[in-house]
Design a protein around this ligand. Structure first.
Ligand code: URP
Ligand code: ZN
Ligand code: ZN
Length: 472
């Protein structure tokens, strides 16, 4: 067989197996696996190196329209460039409905933001913030049928949150049309009550963001989200789970036979609330995200959940705001009370290297579990598997060849458009040495060689995750 490209002597890792093989690629797809394949027009020798599926980052925010002065630093061009240089070959950001806006208009607007910009393939989740009868009966079912098979709902943030009745209505649409509902679980009223008390006491520095969002508010909302899903009888996925108390709710649900999936993110493994500040310095605004990072003990509990199957997906929740920017963490150029600081941190490029280095090479996670969490499960959860998320005949040739070498994370060497990384100075043991997107090298360990517009939109199919069995 004639190949466009053969990767020789790879140590191939999938979610279930690790084996030595050549990888034959033609027309952007994997067409043969095995030893001693025929020659290709191009050849790459991967001897001694691990090759994993390209990452699927199923939770990132790119060029998402914001209220007020805030503007995301990354759009599809810089966001997908950064993704590729960190080994991620598929991104799923959010087409967000503003209140009063048609959901279809939000999707059309988001396509125009992505058009001609992306270096790697992309799909869209929806954000449903205004579930009118028209949205519930017409727009959402039609969009699910057209390949937007997942949507996020918020239990917090004034401009996005749904009440319990609205949550039930949208979960019922997910059930009837086979979509995956992602839930941001934090209790909005508790956060508002705590925020007002902190403000009255003059406690408005960035570190108080974590005081306004203790784990109790996440635990309560997680339990409520699970109860709403149980009432409707629909699987749900709780996003960006930060620690013990939310995990306990999810374990309880699994123990009762409910299909509750869970996602966590690098910030809950590698940051703590102290990164928001140990004094009133504004520097900690960099690490403001919701839910906030917790403490070392909770980091350990997150590691346990990653290993025992509690977590299904490991995403970045890349929400890119510059620090020193009137459109970013300093609204209008000022150091403002934490309530007004845009939530979110960058992480698209560092997600895979952090988990590969500290998890796999740090002896905390198997290579196969790494693949499952970062590529295979997100592709299954959002209807992209087996085209994405695995190394198999017929799958897109989205691949990462790993370089095991010492790397110190420096924002100056990252490829996003954000003016900081929360992981500055962290020492890692690996970085992607090659990233291939549909058989094309887009990152060679030093140089980026993508092309804006080569990334394709992916219509998603039906989520194909089996009900979670482990982590009970
Ligand atoms: O703080 C966060 N996580 N910002 C991004 C938006 C979201 O809720 O995921
Ligand atoms: Zn969220
Ligand atoms: Zn998010």
């Amino acid at each position: 067989m004639a190949f466009d490209l053969v990767i020789r002597n790879a140590r191939v890792a999938t979610a279930s197996d690790t084996f030595d093989s050549d990888i034959g690629i033609q027309g952007g797809r994997i067409v043969q696996l095995g030893a001693g394949l025929d020659g290709g027009a191009q050849e790459i020798d991967a001897a001694g190196r691990v090759v994993t599926p390209g990452g699927v980052d199923a939770h990132c925010h790119l060029d998402q329209p914001m209220e007020g002065p805030a503007k995301m630093a990354d759009g599809f061009e810089s966001g997908t460039r950064s993704a590729a240089c960190g080994g991620t070959t598929t991104v799923i950001p959010f087409a967000a409905q503003a209140k009063g806006q048609s959901l279809r208009a939000a999707v059309e607007d988001y396509h125009s933001r992505a058009e001609g910009q992306a270096h790697v393939d992309y799909a869209f989740h929806l954000i449903v913030s205004d579930p009118t009868a028209h949205v519930l009966e017409q727009e959402l079912p039609a969009l699910i049928g057209e390949g937007y098979t997942s949507f996020k709902v918020y239990m917090t943030y004034d401009d996005l949150k749904l009440d319990d009745g609205q949550m039930l209505d949208v979960l019922d649409v997910a059930r009837r049309h086979g979509a995956m509902a992602m839930i941001h679980a934090e209790n909005a009223d508790c956060i508002e009550w705590l925020t007002k008390r902190l403000e009255a006491a003059g406690r408005t520095a960035p570190r108080f963001h974590a005081h306004a969002r203790p784990m109790l508010v996440e635990r309560e909302a997680t339990h409520r989200a699970i109860s709403l899903a149980q009432l409707v009888d629909v699987p749900v996925l709780i996003v960006h789970v930060s620690g013990k108390e939310a995990i306990e709710q999810i374990r309880w649900a699994r123990g009762h036979g409910l299909s509750v999936f869970a996602e966590t993110c690098p910030q809950y493994l590698f940051l703590t609330a102290e990164d928001l500040g140990i004094d009133d310095s504004y520097h900690g605004a960099r690490c403001i995200c919701s839910p906030p990072p917790r403490d070392k003990a909770n980091q350990e509990i997150i590691w346990d959940g990653l290993n025992d199957g509690l977590f299904t997906v490991f995403s970045s929740d890349h929400a890119p705001f510059n620090y020193d920017d009137p459109a970013g963490k300093k609204p209008g150029g000022k150091e403002v009370p934490f309530r007004h600081i845009p939530n979110g941190i960058p992480g698209l490029e560092t997600r895979l290297p952090l988990l590969y280095s500290e998890g796999v090479l740090g002896g905390r996670m198997t290579l196969n579990r790494f693949v499952e969490l970062t590529a295979t499960n997100p592709a299954k959860a959002y209807g992209l598997h087996p085209r994405k998320g695995t190394i198999a005949i017929g799958s897109d040739a989205d691949l990462v060849v790993w370089d095991e070498r010492d790397v110190t994370i420096r924002n100056a060497q990252l490829h996003h458009a954000v003016d900081y990384t929360p992981y500055e100075g962290m020492r890692l043991k690996a970085w992607p040495g090659l990233t291939l997107s549909r058989g094309e090298v887009v990152w060679d360990g030093k140089n980026f060689s993508g092309r804006a517009g080569r990334g394709r939109f992916l219509a998603c199919g039906t989520p194909s995750l089996m009900p979670a069995r482990r982590g009970e």
